[in-house]
Design a protein around this ligand. Structure first.
Ligand SMILES: Nc1nc2c(ncn2[C@@H]2O[C@H](COP(=O)(O)OP(=O)(O)OP(=O)(O)O)[C@@H](O)[C@H]2O)c(=O)[nH]1
Ligand SMILES: [Mg+2]
Length: 370
């Protein structure tokens, strides 16, 4: 029998504005905890510190860092995760303070990148993650270079450390260039594929939505594909395309899956996933899939709509697909729809029970009519 693998223990710390409502601060930590669970870790301590502005060196107060390091050491934690994107210098300074406690500091971006790395199944996705990680981690390595330089200076070999920084910088630059070159090759192939679909007159519809809303499941039920769908965040990182026949138009359209959105998605990651998002950017129409059973459903709709604006595709015709209708009662559903004041066309479906799918196809037909 397999031994159960011990989960990595993590301590979470968030910086909140002193006037933020307690409920909101707890929600922020809960959301980070969800990400840690998706990564496969376990949260043992969740704390926040109230401050008007981050500490210039260690983001949270240095005393607090020491306190958490001590607590982490006693509890056998491996990770101290800060709920924000840290500057490289801040990560480096925090790591210096926690020193030998056995903890490693990660910021929110590190955590998401680790989750992405676990899910990347194609070379392209792996390269994208590698590039984003390199850009995020790189400057921290320079921080280490500075440390080397200081030490080297101390023992009278001035200049050795300098050279180290230079070597590392050059090495990272070269690595980044190589990854970018490979990625561009993939992106050219994709662009050609999109062009040739256009030439064939095939319309494309991109499925977008919050992570875990059921995007891949919808792609699968509509096109008969069997892509990986799972009850975890960011199960999909790659572009998958399937065909759907529209009986009224008597023609097929292409449906493509995209990466799941999330609250506070670091902009660096949107850039990193340009190739799955370019499917959405170039699409003739969008299906925005929504998990009606999620307690934060209205907020999630807003997050997605905001990201569409960031991608400048808020004017692409789109249909809101209220999915997982099997999970809530008719009364709850009506309540949700009543609270939802959007003017966009919408349908209610369940990919599981297949309810509402023919309605969806009809709405899709009229959506791409013009
Ligand atoms: N009960 C119920 N579960 C559903 C329905 N549609 C999808 N699911 C489940 O929801 C979970 C997430 O589905 P996915 O299709 O992987 O979601 P996704 O939006 O592609 O998620 P990411 O790729 O991680 O962003 C899976 O466990 C699905 O089986 C539905 O209509 N009803
Ligand atoms: Mg998916």
């Amino acid at each position: 029998m397999n031994q159960p693998i011990a989960k990595t223990k993590a301590i979470l710390i968030d910086l909140i504005h002193p006037r933020m409502l307690a409920r909101h601060s707890l929600e922020r930590l809960e959301e980070l905890e969800n990400l840690v669970n998706t990564y496969g870790g376990i949260v043992i301590v969740k704390k926040y510190q109230k401050r008007f502005a981050p500490h210039p060196k260690t983001y949270i107060g240095t005393g607090k860092v020491k306190e958490l390091a001590q607590e982490g050491k006693e509890l056998g934690a491996k990770l101290l995760i800060v709920n924000d994107a840290l500057k490289p210098r801040q990560s480096y300074d925090i790591q210096e303070v926690i020193g030998k406690s056995g903890l490693q500091v990660w910021d929110r971006l590190d955590l998401i990148l680790k989750i992405f790395a676990k899910h990347a199944s194609t070379t392209e996705a792996r390269l994208e993650i590698e590039l984003a990680s390199l850009r995020h981690m790189g400057p921290r390595i320079f921080g280490m270079g500075m440390e080397l330089s200081r030490q080297a200076g101390g023992i009278g070999t001035v200049g050795v450390g300098e050279t180290n920084i230079e070597i590392m910088k050059r090495h990272l630059k070269e690595k980044e260039r190589k990854i970018k070159e490979k990625l561009e090759k993939y992106q050219r192939v994709r662009a050609t594929q999109r062009q040739s679909r256009k030439r064939q007159g095939l319309k494309t519809i991109a499925i977008v939505g919050y992570t875990n809303a059921g995007k891949t499941t919808l792609l699968n039920v509509l096109t008969g594909r069997q892509e990986y769908a799972a009850n975890e965040l960011f199960a999909t990182l790659d572009t998958r395309v399937g065909q759907l026949y529209l009986p009224d138009r008597q023609e097929s359209v292409l449906l493509s899956d995209t990466i799941g959105f999330i609250k506070h998605l670091p902009p660096e990651l949107l850039n990193a996933f340009a190739s799955t998002l370019s499917e959405a950017v170039d699409a003739d129409a969008l299906l925005h899939v929504i998990d009606v059973a999620d307690p934060h459903v209205l907020q999630q709709i807003q997050v997605v709509e905001d990201i569409l604006i960031r991608l400048k595709i808020q004017n692409t015709p789109r249909l809101l697909v209220f999915n997982k209708a099997d999970q809530i009662s008719r009364v709850q559903l009506n309540e949700l729809l009543a609270r939802f004041s959007h003017h966009l066309p919408h349908v209610v479906v369940s990919c599981q029970s297949r309810q509402g799918l023919s309605d969806l196809i009809q709405r899709l037909e009229s959506l791409i009519q013009n």
